[in-house]
Design a protein around this ligand. Structure first.
Ligand code: NAD
Length: 423
């Protein structure tokens, strides 16, 4: 084992934790030590300087990265993040997660991620356009439809992807929509992408409820984070007869024992900037929210919100991780002891990357699928992935998270062995 890859002295906590889970899965699968080392080592890390002329004519140089964690199963896939806290280690951790996520839903992508250390809220649209296009030109040699396919992430969106595609197309000399996903529909984006993460999450909840023989009609739901993933998941669960009793955002949470109308809450948030203050609701804190008694808890905001400290007080039957990394490693055994059924992030939120794969496939095939076709295919992929993880969990007598890692890591390892990637 390459100790330097795992040492907490040289790795940030998130990457160290991600690799602990990979290593545990590799050991459970009895993989050779050398293969485990390769699985725990990022394949390629690319750092570039991105010079940009600001509107003030001042010249700035931004640091940016693109990491292809493992491309054994296909081109790298993962978003591009614009944030002041972006570091190479963070991007590497996110690329690592993408690797197992793509493998769990069995789409032909490896794991990648990109990021620029910048504060997009302080930049004008024109500055962001210049930054995005220069970044695309800098990483053009190492990306491409068959190499590595970026997409949106924190503080990047369909417009960012449109700029990115334009710059890449100029470099290669022809229009190349398949180089990025998450594009505007007019430029080859897919129907259904906006709802894909939430919809995929809801499919896994439906399957979990079926497995647990928990009727969804009247099931109580708590959602932390009321953005893209959280608000749409709340609406879709409401449409399936669930009772959404509490939701929150960064300003706080609201509770209504008789149920909140998810669409009305979203309108309130659009008008006021927050879910807080919704008519007839009681204010609660984000800390209180995760400890509410409910059937289904959906963390859809930040990392590390379920800890060893609050895990003993969690009273949900199903924990569906729409967010990336909401549960700390130490909380897992506590949740298992308390009988909480965990749908781990690399399964629960894989609907987004699945529809990104559909977008890429449509672009390469020069075709378009209807929203209905996209949604039907998404449902099939999510149900199959859930069944595979549940089967692994039952056969190996492990929790759903360990099972998802065993499935994902096992599939990547198998491809590496077949291709002869022996260290
Ligand atoms: P978003 O920015 O649309 O929404 C995030 C929400 O979380 C906002 O309502 C925000 O107010 C809230 N929030 C922020 N800080 C909070 C706090 N301290 N407590 C409670 N709420 C807080 O983001 P999103 O796209 O919905 O992503 C949410 C999570 O889902 C992230 O972890 C993201 O990585 C993950 N995810 C999203 C997608 C996707 O396609 N959108 C795909 C995979 C994973």
């Amino acid at each position: 084992m390459n100790e330097s890859a795992l040492s907490t002295a040289t790795q940030p906590t998130q990457l160290g934790l991600a690799l602990q889970r990979v290593r545990a899965a590799a050991e459970a699968l009895d993989l050779p030590e050398a293969l485990c080392e390769l699985l725990c080592t990022p394949q390629r890390q690319f750092t570039v300087a991105v010079p940009v002329v600001l509107d003030s004519r001042e010249q700035r140089v931004f640091r940016a990265h693109r990491v292809q964690y493992n491309t054994a199963r296909g081109p790298g896939k993962g978003g591009i993040r614009y944030h002041p806290d972006v570091t190479l280690d963070e991007v590497t951790t996110l690329a690592c997660w993408m690797t197992w996520k793509c493998a769990v839903v069995d789409i032909p992508f490896g794991g990648a991620k990109g990021g620029i250390t910048c504060n997009p809220r302080e930049m004008s649209p024109a500055e962001l356009e210049r930054l995005t296009k220069q970044y695309a030109r800098e990483i053009a040699p190492i990306i491409g439809p068959y190499v590595d396919v970026p997409g949106p992430d924190v503080y990047t969106d369909a417009q960012t992807m449109a700029w990115f595609m334009d710059a890449y197309s100029t470099v290669v000399g022809h229009v190349e929509p398949a180089v990025v996903t998450g594009k505007p529909i007019e430029l080859g984006g897919s129907e259904g992408r906006d709802e894909a993460t939430a919809m995929g999450c809801v499919h896994t909840i439906v399957e979990a409820a079926r497995h647990l023989e928990l009727p969804l009609e009247g099931a109580t739901v708590v959602v932390q984070g009321y953005g893209n993933a959280g608000s749409i998941a709340a609406r879709l669960l409401g449409e399936r007869g669930c009772r959404v009793i509490a939701v929150s955002d960064s300003r706080g949470g609201i509770y209504g024992a008789d149920g909140l109308d998810p669409v009305a809450v979203l309108c309130h948030k659009a008008e006021t900037g927050s879910v807080v203050g919704f008519l007839g609701s009681k204010e609660i804190t984000n800390e209180e929210l995760v400890e509410l008694e409910c059937d289904i808890l959906v963390p859809a905001a930040l990392e590390n919100v379920i800890t060893a400290e609050n895990a003993p007080r969690l009273r949900a039957k199903i924990l569906a991780e729409a967010a990336n990394g909401p549960t700390m490693t130490e909380a897992d055994p506590i949740l298992a002891d308390n009988g909480v059924f965990v749908i781990p992030d690399i399964l629960a939120n894989a609907g987004g990357v699945t529809v990104s794969y559909f977008e890429w496939a449509q672009n390469l095939g020069r075709t378009r699928w209807s929203r209905r076709e996209v949604n039907e295919r998404l449902e099939a992929v999510m149900k199959e992935a859930f069944a595979a993880v549940l089967r692994t969990s039952q056969e190996q007598n492990v929790g759903m998270r360990s099972a998802a890692y065993m499935l994902g890591v096992g599939r990547v390892a198998e491809t590496m062995q077949l291709r002869g990637w022996r260290p």
